[in-house]
Design a protein around this ligand. Structure first.
Ligand code: NAP
Length: 261
């Protein structure tokens, strides 16, 4: 049976801000119904849902901390009940954590892993029964070029390790799920303008940070959330059924590590 964008129901974790918001907008523009997951910012989620409705799309806001397996399962059930069976999952929710070997403390790393790694596992497990029943699914994980261990941003090694784990799980989940018509791919963004990167910096400090990353990209600029959303929509498309177990760097072409091989 052919699949169309207008039949799709997408759950985007951390969908209310940053990359997640651009991903929700892109999937809604294609015709998918979108569940915008949030945890701390109901205002941002409600604003995005209103925007999608105003454009004629279908969307709901759903709260869950992705680190909480039971809450994620309840959220998936709510989405399926309100929008229909989930056919697209974007594991985008993530946090950053800066630490060196010297400043490392277990609780910080535990929370980082609970959100970036466990969250990806919980949400994937929660949508699987529905996708298996349908014999169809698109799962897109948001990794990072930090995972390739080649982008030497000081203090982000533990964050990088969580994203390396996401890359491994992407390929291994693809292996387990391919027989069910479910593809699993990852997008590894380079330095992109969001609250995670821009937040907390003065305009002058941000300008200097932005310039330092822009100069390392072949395209001469940092990423915008729409650059990442474009790649996610490609993997999530009904036509992308023969593309799985891939990790795609979307980083404007890093001159210091072309291809991230
Ligand atoms: P952001 O601006 O800080 O937004 C993070 C989003 O994740 C928010 O919507 C937040 O929800 C949500 N979130 C955080 N913890 C959550 C939890 N426990 N449960 C549910 N949602 C949670 O970050 P971003 O830059 O858009 O990053 C999105 C993803 O891209 C992350 O996985 C990040 O690691 C990855 N990434 C970003 C960059 C970059 O340069 N920006 C580069 C590589 C990879 P609330 O709105 O409710 O707080």
């Amino acid at each position: 049976m052919p699949h169309h964008w207008t039949d799709q129901v997408a759950l985007v974790t951390g969908g209310a801000r940053g990359l997640g918001r651009a991903i929700c907008r892109a999937l809604a523009a294609k015709g998918a119904a979108v569940a915008v997951n949030y945890t701390s910012r109901p205002d941002a989620a409600a604003a995005l849902v209103a925007e999608i409705h105003a454009a004629g799309g279908r969307a709901i806001a759903v709260r869950a901390d992705v680190a909480d397996a039971a809450a994620v399962e309840a959220m998936a059930a709510q989405v399926a009940a309100e929008l229909g069976p989930i056919s697209i999952l974007v594991n985008n929710a993530g946090i950053a954590w800066s630490a060196t070997l010297e400043s490392f403390e277990p609780a910080g790393f535990a929370r980082l892993r609970a959100v970036n790694v466990d969250g990806t596992i919980h949400a994937t497990r929660a949508v699987l029964p529905g996708m298996k029943a349908a014999g169809y699914g698109r799962i897109v994980n948001i990794s990072s070029v930090a995972a390739f261990a080649t982008s030497g941003f000081p203090g982000n090694h533990f964050y990088a390790s969580t994203k390396a784990e996401v890359n491994v799980l992407t390929r291994r989940f693809a292996l387990e799920l391919g027989a069910h018509g479910i593809t699993v791919n990852a997008v590894a963004p380079g330095f992109t303008r969001t609250d995670m990167t821009e937040g907390g910096h003065s305009p002058e400090a941000w300008k200097a940070i932005e310039a330092s990353f822009a100069v390392r990209a072949i395209t001469g600029r940092v990423g915008e959330p729409e650059d990442i959303a474009n790649a996610v929509a490609f993997f999530a498309a009904p036509d992308s059924s023969w593309i799985t177990a891939q990790v795609l760097a979307v980083d404007g072409g890093r001159t210091d590590f072309i291809g991230h091989g």
